[in-house]
Design a protein around this ligand. Structure first.
Ligand SMILES: [Zn+2]
Length: 263
C-alpha cells in the first residue's frame, strides 16, 4: 500500500467492521426479490474474495482479468450456497445468502473479483449466526464459483486447448506455461462456501463502507486498516491452503510409516 493511498483512506470516514451501512442497505432493498424493506438488524454482511487471475490449483486453467471484469455486472442477486449443493438434507439446497455487488481489486500482481453479500439473521434450516461465526472464526475459509462459460483458449497460441499442440500445465521455454484460459463467461449461477476451492487464496472479510466503491481507493486498501483488529489478516488469507494440506498429508504419511500395522 502506498503512502498516497494510505493518506486518502485515512481522510475518509471508516465504518465499524461488519457494519450494515445505509449504502449497503439501500442496495439490498433495491434488489429484485426483496419484498419487504430490510433493516440493519435483519442482515449480516460480509465480503468474499471469490476468483482471481492466478492459475487454478490444478495448474492447467486460469480466468484472465478481463473475464473477471465481465462477472462484476452478473454478481448482484447471485445465491450463496453450501458446497454447491442443490440438494442437502436439512437445508434442501436453499440459498443461505444473496450477493449484493461485485468489484475488481488489485493485490500486487493479482486481480481479484470480490463480492459483497448478505445473509438474513433467520433461515428455515440453519442458524445463520452460527454459520457466520464459523466464517469469522476461520473454520469456513474458502469459496468456489459456479461459473458458466462458452469457450477456452490456449494461453500460448490462442487456439482451442483441446485441439492445439500444447499440453496444458507444461512450461514451454521462452513461452511460459500453457494454460487453458476461460473465455466468454456467461453466468455466475451461484457461489458456495467450500472446504477447498479450485482457486488459490479465496477467503472472507468483514465488509462495510459508507460510500460506493471508489476506483482510486479499493476496498482492499480500505480494509487493510482493519488488520490490527486481527479479524482480516491478509497473511492468513493468502496462505495457500494447498500447501497446508500437503504438509498435513506428509505428516500423516510419515506417521503411518512409523506405526506398524495393527498397532
Ligand atoms: Zn496452444
Amino acid at each position: 500500500m502506498t503512502m498516497r493511498l494510505r493518506a486518502r483512506v485515512e481522510s475518509r470516514p471508516v465504518s465499524v467492521p461488519g457494519e450494515v451501512t445505509q449504502e449497503l442497505l439501500g442496495k439490498i432493498n433495491a434488489m429484485e426479490g426483496v419484498l419487504r424493506p430490510l433493516s440493519a438488524n435483519d442482515v449480516i454482511i460480509r465480503a468474499v474474495q471469490l476468483l482471481n487471475d492466478r492459475p487454478f490449483k490444478d495448474g492447467r486453467r486460469v480466468i484472465p482479468a478481463d473475464e473477471l471484469r465481465k462477472i462484476v455486472p452478473l454478481a448482484a442477486g447471485t445465491p450463496v450456497m453450501l458446497a454447491h449443493a442443490t440438494f442437502m438434507p436439512g437445508s434442501d439446497g436453499l440459498p443461505v445468502g444473496t450477493t449484493i455487488d461485485g468489484l475488481i481489486e488489485k493485490e500486487g500482481d493479482t486481480t481479484w473479483l470480490t463480492l459483497r453479500y448478505f445473509t438474513l439473521r433467520v433461515h428455515p434450516f440453519l442458524d445463520p449466526q452460527a454459520l457466520i461465526s464459523n466464517v469469522d472464526g476461520g473454520v469456513i475459509k474458502e469459496a468456489s464459483a459456479g461459473l458458466y462459460y462458452d469457450t477456452m483458449t490456449c494461453s500460448i497460441c490462442g487456439e482451442d486447448p483441446f485441439e492445439c499442440e500444447h499440453a496444458m500445465g507444461k512450461v514451454y521455454p521462452g513461452e511460459g506455461k500453457a494454460l487453458a484460459q476461460i473465455r466468454n463467461v456467461t453466468d455466475l449461477d451461484e457461489w458456495s462456501y467450500v472446504y477447498a476451492g479450485m482457486v488459490d487464496g479465496t477467503g472472507f472479510r468483514l465488509a462495510a463502507s459508507r460510500e460506493a466503491p471508489d476506483p482510486d481507493v479499493e476496498l482492499l486498501e480500505r480494509l487493510a486498516k482493519l488488520r490490527p483488529m486481527g479479524r482480516c489478516s491478509w497473511d492468513q488469507l493468502f496462505t495457500s491452503s494447498a500447501a497446508l494440506r500437503r504438509e498435513r498429508r506428509e505428516k500423516f504419511e510419515s506417521y503411518m510409516k512409523s506405526t506398524p500395522a495393527g498397532a
